[in-house]
Write a new protein. Structure first.
Length: 520
């Protein structure tokens, strides 16, 4: 039995359709999606070929766009602020010690750390301390997508030989333009498990044109192992991984670069139009031809008399002042200039774009533009709490990938020098090195309500003094010690009883102390 072409066509039409996509986003029949065919590449193949472009454009936007620069500064102020404070938390139970030992050991270590981190002895260039280096590391993460530091051993420059040298990530690259392969990714050597084993650092910046490239090995790279043979870290590479197997970081502005660029052009066009419109108030229209005007004066258009009249008219300037009656020449008519720009929807359109940019930067609109004029207390608090979740997660990332590695490098030297006793340090290193980092507090929108809420949480057992102090960037032990010191001084001055009576006086949330109570 033979089938004709017509039979095959009819049979095909009667078959159930199996090409329709189960997910609308994967449809190949929708005309709106026909040209949307992104490439499914690996993390490095998607990022590394375009990384230089993303970094250079991010820097350009941050340099020339006030909102982008302000967004970067907002991240710095809320994530790092005035710096990260060390709080040692050795696992005394695993070390076979008691809590009293842990407190004494932590106090001693924190004292040594504070002296070192607060000086420029931490910096290989002797110009920055730990807090300024931390801000620079975070800024590099925001604009370059990553930060890079080398752990150096430089004895003879101070009490400690451990020093950190920050490196511009542009210098991390494959030597001599070598193409990436399965073992070399963006200047990083990896093993079969994907772990970094060495970094190739160019000796000078590729964009440095001040005559240093040839003199200091501009075309030379140095291979720096990730760790020493005895497992001491040599390279600190800080970036937020978005995908498994990602070797380099991506700038935070990457997702909103196009919006920033187009909004810049739109605002510039509207500003230029406004300036041009402001230069012209009205037009003077002359419907009469030159010959007709000359006839009114009974003069020949080519005569010297008429030419002199034209010259006087060109030099005439109408006085513009309130209540003035402005005479014009015969035949002239005043036409007002009423431009249609800037557009009436300019503010709402720009606000919508900024809200989109704020989402991409993990900043609410109010915080992105520092504008709280259109929000109330509840909305502002909700927006700031949402931003605070992001700030806390980024702060934790910065502490784990930057601050803690620096602390571990320094602590090893302190133990080896005998300044701090740590028996069996290398066998129990992970128990000695446990710590956390306290950052500046988030502040209060309504101090009375939030202070009372903190007291209620502690009274109900839902929080502790340590947590509440940490949210405000304070150390709870230092707070208690300071309060004890103040109470002792007040007792010496005979002020303790008055202070206790004042603290016991009940005050409602909405009640404020009267001037008489304030001076009692």
């Amino acid at each position: 039995m033979s089938l004709t072409l017509l039979d095959l066509t009819e049979a095909k039409q009667n078959l159930p359709r199996i090409s329709a996509a189960a997910h609308a986003g994967a449809s190949t029949d929708d005309k709106a999606l026909l040209s949307w065919n992104p490439i499914k590449g690996s993390p490095d193949s998607d990022l590394l070929p375009e990384l230089d472009t993303l970094v250079s454009r991010s820097r350009d936007i941050a340099r020339n766009n006030g909102v982008a620069q302000g967004a970067v500064q907002t991240h710095l102020d809320n994530i790092v602020g005035t710096g990260l404070r060390l709080s040692c938390l050795p696992d005394y139970w695993m070390l076979g010690k008691d809590k009293a030992w842990a407190e004494d050991w932590s106090t001693r270590v924190e004292s040594f750390w504070l002296a070192w981190a607060g000086s420029n002895g931490i910096d290989a260039a002797s110009s920055l301390n730990f807090w300024t280096m931390t801000r620079l590391v975070l800024r590099s993460m925001l604009l370059n997508g990553e930060a890079l530091g080398l752990a150096l051993w430089l004895p003879g420059l101070g009490r400690y030989a451990t020093r950190i040298q920050l490196i511009e990530p542009d210098r991390l690259s494959s030597p001599m333009g070598r193409l990436d392969n399965e073992r070399l990714r963006g200047g990083i050597e990896i093993d079969e498990r994907g772990a970094a084993i060495a970094y190739w650092i160019r000796k000078t910046h590729p964009g440095d044109w001040y005559g240093t490239m040839m003199r200091f090995g501009g075309d030379e790279w140095e291979r720096v192992p990730a760790f020493t043979p005895w497992s001491r870290r040599r390279v600190i590479h800080v970036f937020d991984r978005e995908r498994v197997g990602q070797s380099r970081g991506k700038p935070i502005l990457s997702a909103v670069l196009a919006q920033f660029r187009m909004l810049d052009r739109y605002q510039s066009a509207e500003l230029q139009a406004s300036i041009v419109n402001a230069m012209i108030a009205a037009f003077i229209e002359t419907p009469m031809e030159q010959t007709a005007v000359a006839e009114l004066f009974g003069a020949d258009p080519n005569s010297e008399q008429f030419k002199a009249w034209l010259q006087q008219r060109r030099e005439y300037v109408a006085p513009l002042r309130g209540g003035a009656i402005i005479p014009i020449y015969p035949g002239d008519k005043l036409q007002p200039f009423t431009p249609g720009r800037p557009a009436n929807a300019f503010d709402s359109f720009v606000t919508g774009v900024f809200r989109h940019i704020g989402v991409g930067l993990n900043l609410p609109y109010e915080l992105l533009l520092k504008d709280f004029s259109k929000t109330n207390y509840s909305s502002a608090r909700a927006a700031l709490l949402e931003a605070w979740r992001y700030f806390n997660s980024t702060r934790q990332l910065l502490g784990n990938l930057w601050a803690t590695p620096v602390y571990e490098l320094w602590l090893e030297e302190v133990v080896q020098s005998g300044l701090v006793e740590a028996p069996d340090f290398y066998e129990n290193r992970e128990f000695y090195q446990q710590c956390k980092w306290i950052a500046p507090g988030r502040g209060w929108i309504d101090p009375v309500k939030e202070a009372q809420a903190a007291q209620i949480r502690m009274d109900a057992g839902l929080s502790t003094l340590e947590k509440e102090c940490a949210e405000q960037g304070e150390d709870w032990e230092e707070t208690l010690e300071q309060r004890a010191s103040e109470r002792e001084r007040m007792r010496e001055l005979g002020l303790l009883q008055a202070a206790e009576l004042s603290s016991q006086r009940p005050v409602s949330v909405d009640q404020q102390a009267s001037p008489q109570e304030a001076t009692a």
